[in-house]
Design a protein around this ligand. Structure first.
Ligand code: UDX
Length: 456
């Protein structure tokens, strides 16, 4: 798809939080905005230098001033501080540079995890917009914390009632709510996304209207949110834009050929795809149970185990997998999910993985690990009914028998048929939301119109 020509060059900067699960949706959003005739520059915090994308849709600016190697030993807080310090210095320089070269910047769309960027944008004289990468339900929960409407610390036994949400148990909440001691500071950081929300010019959510209808209307009554998702490369949905080129923004190296060639040899819907995103780390015991559960199910499986996790794979299992399984350190997830051989996705329910599977009609076995994932898993199993959720035993482990049972439930039989039907419907609705004239597409168009008016 070509960019709309002839419009004045309105210029937007996009600033993602530099982890994979936040870069991906903001990159896809960048492409959609660029297609509406806006110049878009995405700011990266990587050692790699990015040039203008080959098809000219999105430009890149790297603001890294240290090597990944030197950041490796930093704790999360130090990394965040380093990132923030760098942005504070580099962002004004980037804006000034573009102003001098005739492409003045009019808006900064920053990841909602960095509410401090609002003040910075105002100081430089550009409009601030906040982009929330998590589901509307999860945002509503953090908003309730911000408003003091959830009693924290939460009582273990309580079931939680929040306007616009189905009744949920404590362990359906984001882990930062029920496991505060384990992640000190995380919950107040996430609630702080809403501290200055009333001063932001635009607020974007990576979801679509029908998907979270009730909770969306609750949040709309609090702040003017714009739904722009799902941010899936359109080659998989409405086929209007270019392909799913990642412009080198993959922080991990995918084993693309190995995966795709292996999948090509398998029958339709015969493979279980297993992946837990870019951060979650399973314990050794859990890895052992998962390996055994996969073996017991006897399905073919493609399992992503990141390099940093590889040492936890049981050795015996690796020797036994050559026939049934393929282990890789990273894969082109969207291509894998779109492949006809994949019959289900065993997932941690990161919001991107959830949206990707839902939009590509891949039934899920939800095995949430932490952060927003328990809430996403709740919706997958009980609201959208596009998968089942594993049960955890008293020691916090998902046993091999449970894994085998859940895999069977989504791969064959009555439950699997129901799930497949629901999945087909959600794919249709996701596609409708993003295609030309769809609800999310219109919201992006409206934003672009407003932006152009405000920068004239
Ligand atoms: C993080 C959080 O953990 C998640 O819960 C939150 O919603 C977003 O930020 P992450 O854990 O990495 O993200 O999971 P997810 O949101 O699913 O994002 C992972 C991304 O990496 C997806 O876009 C997925 O397609 C991609 N991926 C994953 C690959 O391209 N290849 C892989 O092998 C695995």
């Amino acid at each position: 798809m070509e960019r709309i020509q002839g419009a004045a060059e309105t210029h937007v900067l996009i600033l993602p939080f530099p982890i994979q699960g936040h870069i991906n949706p903001m990159l896809q959003f960048s492409k959609r905005v660029a297609c509406k005739g806006v110049k878009v520059t995405l700011i990266t915090f990587s050692d790699k230098q990015f040039t203008k994308g080959e098809d000219g849709l999105v430009s890149f600016e790297s603001i890294s001033n240290t090597s990944e190697e030197s950041r490796k030993d930093m704790g999360v807080d130090d990394r965040m501080k380093k990132f923030q310090d760098t942005v504070r210095v580099k962002l004004p320089e980037i804006v000034a540079k573009h102003g001098e070269s005739g492409f003045p910047v009019s808006c900064l769309i920053y990841d909602s995890m960095m509410p401090w960027a609002l003040e910075l944008a105002r100081k430089i004289g550009i409009s601030p917009a906040s982009f929330f990468t998590q589901s509307c339900a999860v945002c509503a929960i953090y908003y309730a914390v911000h408003e003091g409407k959830l009693n924290i610390p939460i009582d273990d036994q309580a079931s939680v009632s929040l306007e616009g949400m189905p009744p949920i148990e404590v362990y359906d909440l984001p882990s930062f709510v029920y496991d505060m001691d384990k992640y000190p500071g995380a919950l107040s950081h996430l609630a702080s996304q809403f501290l200055n929300i009333g001063e932001v010019d635009w607020i974007f959510y990576n979801t679509f209207d029908i998907l979270e209808e009730e909770v969306v209307s609750r949040m709309e009554s609090k702040c003017p949110i714009r739904l722009i998702g799902p941010t899936i490369p359109s080659m998989y949905l409405d086929k209007r834009l270019e392909d799913d080129k990642d412009y080198g923004l993959n922080l991990f190296q995918p084993n693309t050929e190995t995966c795709m060639e292996w999948l090509d040899t398998k029958e339709t819907c015969s493979v279980v795809y297993v992946a837990f995103g870019s951060i979650a780390a399973l314990g050794e015991k859990q890895m052992e149970e998962l390996a055994q559960g996969l073996n017991m199910s006897n399905y073919y499986f493609l399992w992503v185990v990141r390099e940093s996790e590889e040492k936890k794979i049981p050795r015996k299992f690796v020797q036994e997998t050559s026939e049934k399984g393929l282990l890789v350190t990273w894969c082109p997830q969207l291509r894998v999910l779109a492949h006809r051989s994949v019959g289900c996705f065993m997932t941690h329910c990161g919001w991107n993985s959830t949206l990707e599977a839902l939009s590509l009609e891949v039934p899920m076995v939800a095995m949430p690990q932490w952060t927003d994932q328990p809430t996403n898993a709740k919706f997958v199993a009980d609201v959208w009914k596009v998968g089942v959720r594993v049960k955890v035993d008293a020691e916090g482990t998902v046993r091999k028998e449970e894994i085998e049972k859940c895999l069977r439930q989504v791969m064959e039989g009555e439950t699997a048929n129901e799930i497949r039907k629901n999945s087909q419907n959600w794919k249709k609705l996701a596609k409708e939301a993003v295609e030309e004239g769809g609800s999310s597409d219109k919201n992006i168009e409206k934003f672009v119109e407003e932006l152009k008016c405000s920068s004239n």
